[in-house]
Unconditional design. Structure first.
Length: 301
């Protein structure tokens, strides 16, 4: 007579793309799913410009999330073309797709992204911002219309700002991950460097504190990143296209630039639990967003 030996539950691990039109809440969703802020958010379209990998390990499942830029309907600049290439390349090698839309809404920008979904891969419809919907009963007929547009594997009405909704979504995604060993350590959160996270958080504060005044085609370049024990010394340049944009960022008496630096420094200190010394400069580089060489030098793939 042989004793039954307990069998270990096999590990699951897979790449999960988060796609949708600009400003639909993809970065907020990524941060909620990872459980910590790794992707910047603002009300300005085109906040996310890079393929950001967030990692969450729960139980026997490891989720490797890819937060893509919102697909650009205007292809005019080299920056927009680069962003669209990032979206398409992200979809090519994933195991599951989360297609994010605003609950109860579907327009031409959403349809353009939906048309990019790779056939044969499970796609889950994430109906975000459910809390903003005035009549919840309107969701059911809308969901029926969405099912006619695409054979979604699951429908998940939710609000990305609610932790319980994010955990529920993780439970729904888990069975779609392939059975294979994890790619990262159990406590990993992102594959991006601290240097990259610093540039992103500065850019977030830049967008939040300039509102709609500043066009989105400005970027942040880290010139110096030094670690001395529990101290980080960072020097960064905000690159804009026009002198007028430089004035907007600096503000009267330099007050706005000081506030951007102060808020970014405080958030970085919370993120790393370390002291941060941050210097910010603003430079004009006319036409950078339509110059392939400049884009590569600023880290755009």
């Amino acid at each position: 007579m042989t004793e039954d030996t307990p069998t270990e539950t096999p590990q699951r691990c897979g790449l999960v793309a988060i796609v949708g039109r600009p400003n639909v809440g993809k970065s907020t969703l990524l941060n909620a799913l990872v459980g910590q802020k790794i992707s910047i958010t603002s009300n300005k379209a085109q906040t996310t410009r890079h393929r950001i990998t967030g990692i969450r390990t729960l139980g026997d499942a490891q989720f490797v999330f890819v937060d893509t830029p919102g697909f650009q309907l205007k292809h005019g600049t080299a920056l927009n073309r680069t962003l669209n290439r990032t979206v398409l390349s992200s979809l090519g090698d994933v195991d599951v797709v989360l297609f994010v839309v605003e609950a109860g809404r579907f327009g031409l920008p959403d349809a353009k992204v939906l048309a990019l979904l790779p056939p044969g891969k499970p796609a889950l419809l994430v109906a975000n911002k459910l809390d903003a919907l005035q009549r919840r009963q309107d969701v059911l007929p809308w969901l029926k219309q969405m099912q006619e547009r695409h054979a979604f594997a699951e429908f998940v009405p939710m609000s990305a700002t609610r932790e319980a909704d994010a955990l529920r979504l993780l439970g729904i995604v888990a069975p779609y991950l392939p059975q294979q060993p994890w790619l990262y350590e159990e406590d990993a959160l992102t594959d991006r460097t601290d240097r990259f996270l610093a540039s992103e958080l500065i850019r977030e504060k830049l967008f939040r504190l300039t509102g709609d005044e500043l066009p989105y085609n400005c970027t942040v370049v880290i010139d110096k990143f030094e670690e001395e024990g529990n101290l980080r010394r960072i020097a960064a340049t905000i690159v804009v296209e026009r002198d007028a944009h430089k004035g907007m960022i600096i503000g009267e008496g330099g007050e706005r630039l000081k506030r951007i630096g102060s808020e970014a420094r405080q958030e970085l200190e919370r993120l790393w639990d370390a002291k941060v010394f941050l210097e910010l400069w603003v430079k004009v580089r006319s036409g950078w967003a339509d110059d392939e060489a400049h884009l590569r030098s600023y880290g755009y793939e």
